[in-house]
Structure formats: C-alpha cells, structure tokens
Design a protein around this ligand. Structure first.
Ligand code: F3S
Length: 399
C-alpha cells in the first residue's frame, strides 16, 4: 500500500507506539480489502462504546489507547447506560464503573462524548467529505442524505481512524463504487414514521448489499430518513442508498437504466415485516414502550413529551435522546416531571445497548424496526413492532 511520508513516520513509531499500532491495523485492513492507499478523514464517529456490547476486552482496548490524542474530529455512539439515572434504572454499580472507565478513556483521547447514533443532527457532514464512521444507520444517513464518503466501520477501525486521522481508501470512498446496483420502486403507503423504518428494513433484507436506487420514496423528512437508514442498516451490509429527490448524487443517476435487480415494495410486504418482527405481548400488561431508535430529534421529543404531559400514562415509556437534547429538557425540569408520569428520558443511551435484564425490562413495544430486530436477537425478550401512532395510543390514555 502506498503511504505518504507522514504516514510512514507514524507507522515507524515516530509519534509513539500506540499511533503505530493503530495505523498498522488500518494498513492491514486496507490491504486485505484491496485499498491502494489511505485517505485523511475529517471526522471519525466511534461505535461500540457500550460496555454491554464490548465487554472487558473492549474496555481494555479503550484504556490501552487512552494515552494518545485523536488526530481528527471524533464523536461517539451511545453508552450502555444513562449516566445520570443509572441507579434508579436498576443498573449494577460494577457495570456503571466499567462504563465510566470507557467514557473517561474516550474523553482522555479527545473524543467528544456525544453519545449518540445521530451525530449528523449535531454537525452536518459535507458532500464529498471523507469520514470514517461506525454505526450503520449514521453511515447510511451521511452517505445517502449528504453524499459524504464513509464505509461502514466497525468499533476498532473507527477508533483507530479517530486516532490516526486516516482510513483505507476503498469501497464507498471511491466514486465508481457509488453507482446503483439495483432499482427499488416504492409502491406502498408509508403514512407513519415506523412504516418508513420497515421499508428500509425490507429493502435491506431483500438486497443484502450493493447500492439501491430508490424511486417514489414519500415522507422525506429528516426524522423519517433516520428510521429508513436504521432499518436498512440493520438488515443488510448496505452503506449507501441513492434516494431520488434526496441524495445529491442521485440527480446524475436519472438516466442509468441497467441494474442487476429491480424490486417493487407493496403494502403487503410492509405488513408482513410488522408481523414477523412482533411477538404477541399486547395482552400482557407488563410491557414497556421504547421510542428513540435512532435517537429522537428535539421536535420528535417535544411532540412525545407534550402527549406524556397531557394524557394519563398507561405503561412505562422510554424515550431515548442525545445528551444536548437531554440537557435542554432537563433545564426545563422535564426529566423529573416525566419520571413522575412513568416516562423515562434516556440520556445518551438506548435500550438495545443497555443491560435490560438488570433494568427489569421483560417485554417491549417499539416503533423501530432496528430496535425490534436487535432487542429480540441480543436480549432474547419478546418485542412487538408497532406504528408510532399505535405506540402513543398504547402508552397514554386518550393519546
Ligand atoms: Fe441508536 Fe441504539 Fe438504535 S444506538 S440506532 S438507538 S440501536
């Protein structure tokens, strides 16, 4: 692999053994994937920082690298717990201590502890900007909505990109790999935010990989696109989808007509996914409701909070938001007010990456295809996937 003089020096250990080690991993990874060189990245988003998902091995890795400073702007994914309310949520102290060690290591390295899977709501990536992001939903969003350039990085590779400011130049960093491989015609109604998450999940499931070009996608608000990208990211290895009317690059794809595959999505297909991602738990009074996968935007949070304050809560409700949104709601004394109504505002975490058993959560209803998929597979508890409007009706009497 071609390396610049600066990279050669980093690799030889001139900046210290840890930089050399991090770069060595990226070079090996790049060579295995056919990359001819590395590319500088202006932003790394580090995934895999929840103690639930990385365990002691991940914690040791973070602490090992805590004495270096990142060479590029770096943000990170949600933690495994709400560091504000872990105790009242029933999380064990040893878990809390270990999660805090991970967060302290990241802070020492210079990673902003943004603790969110929606970093694009904090800062906007630019068209053509090379970035190295973990978190599949965020990568899809950055590539597909802003035409930034990122592959789907894993936890360690996104961390090493943060440290070295580099990533292997292959895959979605190269224009030729960003042309459509399949055409998707949306021929179904998507009149609830969760429908669009299911649509993304379904397209991902059918295609598995490649670059789908989507036609007729309705409901193209940022909040809807968040759910769409999260659904697609969790059921496939897709890192970019070209959405007509949304993706800047999709404009010049208008005339391309030869695709390996063409699929049409209908109402029946959508209904089938809801059924498949649902267990029968609605007769059981014990379920809780989880909204905020990916993290709720401020306007989504306000909408739900207004309902929570206006109607009688019927079930425990978890609303997940990123720390800046949380801080602003906390300053208005809403965290306590909501808790009194059995509504938990989760700060910088989500139920997928949390120790659910400790938190006494035994069954959940959610509006997110991604959350339904992972909570069932990772936590082995029953889940029902429902439209957001139905989640609200279940959560609040008269809602
Ligand atoms: Fe975000 Fe957790 Fe969902 S990290 S995308 S809220 S699984």
């Amino acid at each position: 692999m071609y390396l610049t003089r600066e990279e050669e020096r980093m690799l030889s250990g001139e900046l210290g053994e840890l930089y050399s080690k991090a770069l060595r991993v990226l070079v090996k990874l790049g060579e295995a994937l056919g990359a001819e060189k590395l590319v500088k990245v202006s932003w790394a988003h580090v995934s895999g920082i929840s103690y639930t998902t990385i365990g002691d091995a991940g914690l040791e890795l973070m602490e090992e690298f805590s004495n270096v400073r990142t060479l590029t702007k770096s943000t990170c994914n949600p933690a495994g717990i709400d560091v504000d309310k872990w105790m009242i949520l029933g999380v064990r102290e040893d878990y809390y201590m270990k999660q805090m060690r991970i967060l302290r290591s990241l802070t020492k390295m210079g990673v902003e502890t943004t603790l969110t899977c929606t970093p694009y709501l904090l800062y906007t990536p630019k068209t053509g900007e090379h970035i190295a992001w973990g978190e599949s939903s965020a990568v899809l969003f950055a590539n597909s909505v802003y035409s930034a350039r990122s592959n789907r990085e894993g936890g360690p590779s996104s961390l090493f990109s943060a440290i070295t400011g580099r990533t292997p130049y292959y895959g979605l960093h190269i224009d030729d790999n960003r042309t459509p491989t399949a055409k998707v015609v949306v021929d179904c109604r998507v009149d609830d935010p969760s429908d669009i998450g299911v649509l993304g999940y379904l397209i991902g499931e059918v295609l598995g990989s490649g670059v789908p070009l989507i036609e007729n996608l309705p409901l193209v608000s940022v909040d809807a696109l968040k759910l769409f990208c999260a659904g697609m990211g969790c059921s496939s290895s897709i890192g970019l989808t070209l959405i007509k009317g949304v993706t800047p690059e999709a404009r010049r794809m208008a005339d391309v007509e030869s695709y390996d595959e063409k699929i049409v999505v209908t109402n029946e297909d959508i209904k089938e996914v809801y059924e498949r991602l649902s267990d029968c738990i609605l007769d059981n009074e014990e379920f809780s409701i989880f909204l905020g996968c990916p993290h709720l935007s401020m306007s989504e949070a306000w909408n739900l909070i207004n309902r929570a304050l206006s109607y009688k809560p019927l079930h425990k409700v978890y609303l997940a938001v990123e720390p800046e949104t949380y801080k602003s709601l906390k300053e208005r004394n809403l965290v306590e007010k909501l808790l009194e109504r059995n509504v938990v505002l989760l700060n910088g975490t989500c139920l997928v990456v949390s120790p659910l058993k400790d938190m006494n959560t035994t069954s959940l209803v959610t509006d997110s295809a991604k959350a339904a998929h992972y909570i069932r597979s990772l936590h082995k508890i029953p889940v029902t996937l429902a439209k957001r409007s139905d989640c609200i009706k279940l959560a609040f009497k008269g809602g």
